[in-house]
Design a protein around this ligand. Structure first.
Ligand code: ZN
Length: 187
């Protein structure tokens, strides 16, 4: 009976360990907080900095893109490449500001949307609204959701469902595809 009691104890503790995961479901209050971050993204834009709108489509030829971008940025943005983990200085960017597309300057994320995912790529739990299109790719055989800038079509990364609260999303972005615009240009 003692052994059986122990087994029951183990089963019970396993059940208890499963409960916090269920409790991590997105709550309405969290959704409101995320919407506020999305609506208020311009608060993190430096005064006087002009940025393009998502619908001002930028279409360049392959030659023009090659001229405009570094070799690595071209590989990621135009050829859906992936930079090596841990290579971007933006992983550890501590300042407040905007992460814009390195291809066309469209604001994509704010520093308030960023978190440390320990993956070696800049990671965000949400985005500025309306700036990305998505498609499913099978480059690693398993389906993944690829996302790209709606203004220039540049590939940025993949979005996964293993992110933190409040959204549960991890927008895993190549640092070389981003350009950081600090809120305080003097900082
Ligand atoms: Zn772009």
């Amino acid at each position: 009976m003692k052994r059986r009691g122990l087994l029951q104890g183990i089963l019970a503790s396993g059940l208890a360990a499963a409960l916090p995961a269920r409790a991590q479901k997105t709550l309405p209050a969290d959704t409101k907080a995320v919407e506020a971050l999305q609506r208020g993204w311009r608060e993190l834009l430096a005064p006087g900095v002009a940025v393009p709108a998502p619908d001002s489509r930028l279409d360049l030829t392959e030659a023009e893109w090659r001229k405009r971008l570094s070799k690595m940025a071209y590989y990621v943005l135009r050829e859906e490449g992936t930079e090596a983990a841990g290579t971007s200085a933006l992983n550890n960017e501590p300042r407040a500001g905007i992460f814009a597309c390195a291809g066309c300057g469209l604001p994509l994320f704010t520093s308030a949307m960023k978190y440390e995912s320990h993956t070696g790529w800049p990671s965000f739990f949400t985005t500025i609204p309306g700036v990305f299109g998505t498609k499913t790719d099978y480059l690693l055989l398993l389906p993944r959701t690829e996302y790209h800038c709606v203004r220039c079509g540049g590939h940025h990364g993949h979005v996964f469902d293993d992110g933190p609260r409040p959204t549960g999303k991890r927008w895993c972005n190549n640092g070389v595809a981003l350009k950081f615009l600090p809120k305080d240009a003097q900082a």
